[in-house]
Design a protein around this ligand. Structure first.
Ligand code: ACM
Length: 494
C-alpha cells in the first residue's frame, strides 16, 4: 500500500488540510459523480467523470439528484452550498465517498482540481487518501497571458494550456492577439487584418490566426474549465500588423512593410487620421462580440515616441470603444499616465517605471493586476545557460517566481486595490508547444500559488518538496518542462 502523498502534492497550497484516518477512496465500477441540475454544475460533473474514467480505466457515470440529497456510498458528490463564498470550497474524501461543497460552480471546480491532485494510482485504479480540505483564493484574478502574435499558438496548443491552468486553479487566459509581427483573430468588419497580416511571424516562421468560430470554441472550452478568456488588441503601439493591412492608418496612406524582427516601440497609430477612431471602434466592437467575459485588454504599452497628449487621446478612443461594446477596460501599466475610469484594470509589468501614476490611478478607483517582469515574465531565461527566452528583466529561477508578494510590489497602494496576479509568456524565441511548456513549467505552478495562497501559508522549502511530485504528472501528460536544479525531482510516488 503506498504511503499517503496528499500533503506533498497540492499546488496551490490550501488554507486548511487535515489528513484523516482510514482506507483510501478508490474509483470502482459503482463510482458516480452526482450533481444537481444547474448547467454549469452538470458540465463540470461530465468533465470530472470523464477525467476519473480516463485515469482509472473504469467508466464513471454522472447521476442527477435532488439538490438537498446527501452523498451516498460510491458518490463523488458536487453540492452547491450558498453558505460558502463563490470560490470557496470544502472537500471531504472518506473511504466510501467524496463530497465537494462550494458556493458556486467556480468553487466546485476548485474543489475538483484539488481532488484530482490528491488522487494517485492504486492497484490498477485511482484512489485518494481520506482528507478534509477548506480553501479559498486570496486573489480573484489568477491569470496567464500568452503572446500568440510573435509566434502563433493555435486552438490545439491553447487547449493544452487551458487544461494545465485549470489544474492549478488559474482562471484567466489573456491572449495577446496582435502585435507588429502578426494579427491573430479574424475581425469581420476588417477582414484585411488576418488576410494580409495573419500569416506572418517572427523570423519568417509560419503564422496563423483564429477564425471567429475557432476563437468562440476555445472560449467555450476554457469556460467549462473555469478559465475566462481576456482578448488583447495592443494599441496604440505594437501595431505594425494593422498598418501593414490598412494603409489608411498611416500618415502616407501607404501600408507598411511586414515585420518579422523582435524590436519594439517603432509602430504607432495616429490620433488625427480620420481612419483611426472608426478602426478602433470596429475592431474592439468585433472583439467584444466574441467575448462573453467582462474584460477586453487594449494594450497601451511601449509607445516611447508619442507625445503624452496624443497617447492619452488614443487610449481614451480605445477605452471608449471597449466600454461602448459593454466591456471593462484592461491595459498595461502605461495607461495609468492617462485619466483612467474607476474599475479599469491596470496591469503592472515594468518595475523600472515610476510607480506614482499607478498609485494615483488606484486611489481613483483603478484595480491593479500584478505581472512584475522580474518574477512573473515566464519568457525570461531561468539562468544564463537557458537556450530559450529573453533576459531584459533578469533571470527567473523557480524560487524567484515563487518568493514574492503581489500586494507589496508598489508602495502606497490603497488596501484592496490588487485584483490579482498574472504570469506572462512572450514568444519571440518560442516555437511550438514544447518551447512554451519548457518556459511555463515549473514556474507557472509557483505563480499559481502566489496568486492563490495567503502569504503566511507560502514557504519555499515546502513548495519545492510539493512541486517535485508534479514532474511525473507533467511527464505523464507529455508536457515538456525544465528540471530546475533548485528541486530534488527524484521523489518516489508509490
Ligand atoms: C510588455 O511587456 N511590453 C507589456
Amino acid at each position: 500500500m503506498p504511503a499517503p502523498t496528499t500533503r506533498s502534492r497540492l499546488i496551490p497550497a490550501p488554507r486548511l488540510l487535515q489528513e484523516r484516518p482510514g482506507e483510501p477512496f478508490v474509483v470502482t465500477a459503482s463510482t458516480a459523480v452526482t450533481v444537481g441540475t444547474g448547467s454549469a454544475e452538470v458540465a463540470l460533473a461530465v468533465l470530472t467523470a470523464e477525467t476519473l474514467s480516463r485515469w482509472s480505466g473504469t467508466t464513471v457515470e454522472v447521476r442527477y439528484r435532488e439538490v438537498a440529497e446527501p452523498a451516498q456510498a460510491g458518490d463523488v458528490a458536487l453540492l452547491v452550498d450558498p453558505a460558502l463564498g463563490a470560490e470557496q470550497y470544502r472537500l471531504d474524501v472518506a473511504t466510501d465517498r467524496v463530497e465537494i461543497a462550494a458556493g458556486s460552480p467556480d468553487g466546485l471546480r476548485n474543489g475538483v482540481a484539488t481532488l484530482l491532485q490528491v488522487m494517485h494510482p492504486l492497484d490498477g485504479s485511482f484512489a485518494a487518501w481520506p482528507v478534509h480540505v477548506e480553501d479559498e483564493p486570496v486573489h480573484a484574478w489568477r491569470g496567464l497571458s500568452v503572446d500568440v502574435a510573435r509566434h502563433f499558438f493555435g486552438p490545439e496548443d491553447l487547449r493544452v494550456v487551458v487544461g494545465l491552468m485549470s489544474g492549478y486553479k488559474l482562471n484567466v487566459l489573456h491572449l495577446h492577439l496582435s502585435d507588429d509581427q502578426g494579427w491573430r483573430l479574424q475581425i469581420p468588419s476588417r477582414p484585411g487584418l488576418t488576410e494580409r497580416s495573419g500569416s506572418t511571424a517572427v523570423d519568417g516562421d509560419p503564422g496563423g490566426y483564429f477564425t471567429t468560430e475557432e476563437f468562440e470554441a476555445l472560449v467555450a472550452y476554457a469556460a467549462v474549465r473555469g478559465v475566462r478568456v481576456v482578448p488583447e488588441i495592443d494599441v496604440p503601439g505594437h501595431v505594425n500588423a494593422a498598418l501593414h493591412a490598412y494603409g489608411e492608418l498611416t500618415p502616407s496612406g501607404e501600408p507598411t512593410e511586414e515585420y518579422t524582427g523582435i524590436d519594439v516601440g517603432f509602430s504607432r497609430l495616429h490620433a488625427d487620421l480620420p481612419a483611426t477612431e472608426p478602426f478602433l471602434r470596429d475592431v474592439f466592437g468585433d472583439v467584444a462580440a466574441v467575448t462573453p467575459g467582462e474584460y477586453v485588454h487594449i494594450g497601451g504599452d511601449e509607445v516611447p515616441t508619442m507625445d503624452p497628449g496624443e497617447y492619452a487621446r488614443l487610449v481614451a478612443m480605445a477605452s471608449d470603444a471597449v466600454r461602448a461594446a459593454g466591456k471593462q477596460v484592461v491595459g498595461w501599466q502605461e495607461i495609468a499616465t492617462t485619466p483612467v475610469e474607476p474599475g479599469t484594470v491596470v496591469q503592472f509589468w515594468d518595475p523600472r517605471m515610476d510607480p506614482a501614476p499607478l498609485v494615483a490611478a488606484a486611489k481613483a478607483g483603478a484595480r491593479l493586476l500584478m505581472s512584475p517582469g522580474s518574477r512573473a515574465y515566464l519568457d525570461m531565461k531561468y539562468d544564463a545557460s537557458t537556450p530559450l527566452g529573453l533576459e531584459w528583466a533578469g533571470h527567473i529561477e523557480l524560487r524567484d517566481a515563487y518568493e514574492w508578494e503581489p500586494t507589496a510590489l508598489v508602495p502606497g497602494l490603497p488596501e484592496g486595490s490588487v485584483i490579482g496576479v498574472e504570469a506572462t509568456v512572450w514568444t519571440e524565441t518560442l516555437r511550438g508547444l514544447d518551447d512554451l511548456m519548457t518556459m511555463l513549467l515549473p514556474r507557472l505552478a509557483a505563480v499559481a500559488e502566489v496568486a492563490w495562497t495567503p502569504r503566511e501559508r507560502r514557504d519555499w522549502d515546502d513548495f519545492a518538496a510539493r512541486v517535485a511530485a508534479h514532474g511525473a504528472y507533467w511527464d505523464a501528460e507529455g508536457l515538456a518542462w525544465y528540471p530546475s536544479p533548485q528541486v530534488d525531482w527524484a521523489v518516489d510516488l508509490t
